[in-house]
Design a protein around this ligand. Structure first.
Ligand SMILES: Cc1ncc(COP(=O)(O)O)c(C=O)c1O
Length: 392
């Protein structure tokens, strides 16, 4: 997938041996779980490098080194959730600043800006970041814009933004470019190499991969931002605990094989969905007719495995959700099991109805996180749900 890194390892090898490779002292091939809150100090003012686990923990550090290497950044930071990572990044800004966000982002990202940061004077504005001219004009017209925060492909409509071009616009106007890389993972897309300054992840999703942990990561290639993020992480304290850090390192080891299968299944199902009469529209950046198809091909090495589709009005959406047996109705995505969600009432419910309508998150939209089960079983399950949900 990727070429040689600085240390000579290709990405598939880095997934297994990157960061801290096992345990130097005992030869254990798995990084130890340092389940400790504090560390014995040698004498006043002298430590072995660790003082307190909010500030630093060797298991968390192994994960932080690993994600920094995978994203080709200088420093990584692990948090208790994707939202804690995003919150820490937003703490880089101050009252009076404005963040421009793409028109469909995860509902929680919108909510933290709208309901928390706005109270403290950090403003935000939703912009269609696929329209680079409009984006450039927004930056030119409003000097308070200090950052661009995008998801590409975005949640839930899989809208693709040109990362290199939009980061260039942000930089030209003295702002930072932040990319939520949750849907892609560094296996498919490395935004820092395209010009972004900060990458964030809900590691709860593909990086963890097994729907058994909640975690967030942030990576930067800028030393100054790294120093500030380290300070924010320690000051605000939303750190990832040692066991979940270890679980995440374990999940990351199989990222490439999982993603390959996720994508194989997703490509198959996206094409199958196109042929279903109950489907009005399929959103998947791997389809040649999709918005941003060529940009996606240019900036990522795959289209991922999230598909959204709009059920036609003749079909009963409640019945559809009730009728799936193998595919699970649930929040989240990126696990080995296929998950189905209704963005309007679940992941994006915190976005007001009018905004949802404006950006295309309709009440008939269904988001499917394609797992790694047998694709034919998944199709049979969905086919049965279509046939039950079709109004007579
Ligand atoms: C793209 C994206 N970013 C961030 C988050 C938030 O992450 P977490 O749920 O780990 O806090 C999510 C969660 O669904 C997401 O999909």
């Amino acid at each position: 997938m990727a070429g040689n890194g600085e240390d000579g390892m290709r990405l598939n090898t880095k997934l297994i041996h990157g960061g801290v490779d096992g345990d130097e002292k005992t030869g254990a091939v798995s990084v130890p779980i340092y389940q400790t809150s504090t560390y014995r100090q040698l004498e006043l003012g002298h430590t072995k490098g660790y003082e307190y686990s909010r500030t630093g923990n060797p298991t968390r550090e192994a994960l932080e080194k690993l994600i920094a290497e995978l994203e080709e950044g200088k420093a990584g930071f692990a948090f208790a959730s994707g939202m804690a990572a995003i919150t820490a990044v937003l703490f880089l800004f101050k009252s009076g600043d404005k963040i421009v966000i793409s028109s469909n982002v995860y509902g929680g990202t919108f909510r933290v800006l709208d309901k928390i940061f706005l109270q403290f004077g950090l403003n935000y504005e939703i912009v269609d970041t696929t329209d680079l001219d409009a984006l450039d004009k927004k930056f030119a017209a409003d000097k308070s814009v200090k950052a661009l925060m995008i998801e590409s492909p975005a949640n839930p409509l899989l809208t693709v933004t040109d990362i290199a071009a939009s980061a260039e616009i942000a930089h030209r106007h003295g702002a930072l470019a932040i990319v939520d890389n949750t849907f892609m993972t560094p296996y498919l897309q490395r935004p820092l190499t395209l010009g972004a300054d900060i990458v964030v992840h809900s590691a709860t999703k593909y990086l963890g991969g097994h729907s058994d942990l909640v975690a967030g990561l942030a990576v930067t290639n800028n030393e100054e931002i790294a120093k500030r993020l380290a300070f924010i992480q320690n000051s605000t304290g939303g750190v990832l605990e040692p066991f979940d850090s270890w679980l995440l390192i374990r999940g990351i080891k199989t990222l490439s094989v999982r993603m390959d299968r996720h994508i194989q299944n997703a490509e198959f199902i996206a094409k199958w969905l196109l042929e279903q009469k109950g489907v009005k529209h399929v959103y998947y950046p791997g389809l040649s007719a999709a918005q941003g198809y060529s940009i996606q091909k240019k900036q990522a090495s795959g289209a991922g495995a999230i598909i959204s589709f709009e059920l036609s009005e003749e079909y009963n959406i409640r019945e559809f959700f009730k009728s799936v047996r193998l595919v699970t109705l649930g929040e989240s995505l990126g696990g080995v099991e296929s998950l189905l969600c209704h963005p309007a009432s679940m992941t994006h419910a915190s976005i007001p109805y009018e905004i949802r309508q404006k950006v295309g998150i309709t009440d008939n939209l269904i988001r499917l996180s394609v797992g790694i089960e047998d694709k034919n079983d998944l199709v049979s399950d969905l086919a049965a749900a279509f046939s039950k949900a079709g109004r007579k």
